[in-house]
Ligand binder design. Structure first.
Ligand code: ZN
Length: 299
């Protein structure tokens, strides 16, 4: 009886299996297709997110590259500072300053004006020979932000050539007169001349000739490790201020290096707030001083 039923039921059972087999196969195929599509989408998403990550990295590298072009101070791990002297050489004053620097075993950086280099190449040659760094400060001290690209190129090229001819080496630093330079100029000048753009974080306003005591007091008050100190070796009061300024800075434990040496000492700094200024400035870039030469002939 049971066997009978089984035998009787067999064909319909078989029929059902035959009917369901293609459906099951289709379902498996659909499932496989689904999984495959899912895999492809996941891979595309991953590729997209990797691309986004690369883009972000590229952006941050761009910002870092921008930061590495301009310096007004350097984050260093030690009491190192750079004294810089602009607008020379001066036949009357620069040799006196060189004597003084030699006596103190101090290496400084001179941002020279091309016209003056052409007039006194021997002073620039001596400064370089004695271990000081020579930087480009333009040919005739124009406001670069208000000067055409061709004229800027000529100002820098002529001065670069004059420095090369006096010292045998080309400069790698530019200090724009008045600290005035556009972001676009920074980029093309860096690309074309390889210059780093050097501003400052200590400005005693010595060009206003406030007297040696004031120059010294201002420098001592503002100078910190990593500072780039701006002064001018064309003002007698500045040269007069230097012996006691050097003594006092040395007494505070500061060590003097050239600007390029200071930059080579740069250490990483947390990207948020600078302990000194509270500004978001990794290895430099504090705002340039006023670009107006009439009201602020610094630099
Ligand atoms: Zn200047």
């Amino acid at each position: 009886m049971l066997v009978d039923r089984a035998v009787r039921n067999w064909p319909p059972l078989l029929d059902t299996r035959i009917q369901f087999a293609p459906i099951a196969l289709m379902s498996v195929c659909r499932l496989l297709l689904f999984c495959f599509a899912g895999l492809i989408i996941t891979r595309e998403l991953r590729a997209e997110s990797a691309a986004a990550t690369h883009e972000a990295e590229r952006d941050s590298r761009g910002a870092a590259a921008e930061a590495s072009i301009t310096f007004s101070s350097v984050h260093v791990d030690g009491p190192y500072i750079a004294m810089t002297f602009d607008d020379g050489p001066s036949a009357a004053l620069t040799p006196k300053l060189l004597d003084l620097l030699a006596a103190h075993h101090i290496k400084a950086t001179f941002f020279v004006i091309g016209e003056n280099v052409a007039e006194h190449p021997e002073i620039v040659a001596r400064a370089a020979r004695e271990g000081h760094e020579i930087g480009n400060h333009s040919w005739s001290h124009p406001n670069l932000a208000k000067t055409s690209e061709e004229a800027v190129r000529s100002q820098l090229r002529r001065t670069d050539d004059a420095i090369k001819s006096a010292t045998g080496v080309r400069p790698t630093l530019l200090r724009p007169p008045y600290g005035s330079i556009t972001a676009r100029e920074k980029r093309w000048i860096h690309d074309e001349f390889g210059y780093q753009i050097i501003l400052w974080d200590v400005d005693p306003n010595d060009w206003k000739r406030p007297g040696p005591a004031v120059v010294r007091t201002r420098i001592l008050k503002e100078t910190r490790p990593g500072s780039i100190v701006l002064s001018h070796d064309i003002h007698p009061g500045t040269i007069e201020a230097m012996p006691s300024t050097f003594d006092a800075l040395e007494a505070k434990g500061f060590k003097f290096v050239t600007v390029s040496e200071l930059i080579r000492m740069a250490v990483a700094q947390p990207p948020h707030t600078s302990p000194r200024t509270g500004e978001s400035v990794p290895t430099a870039i504090t705002p340039a001083p006023s670009p107006s030469p009439a009201s602020s002939p610094a630099g």
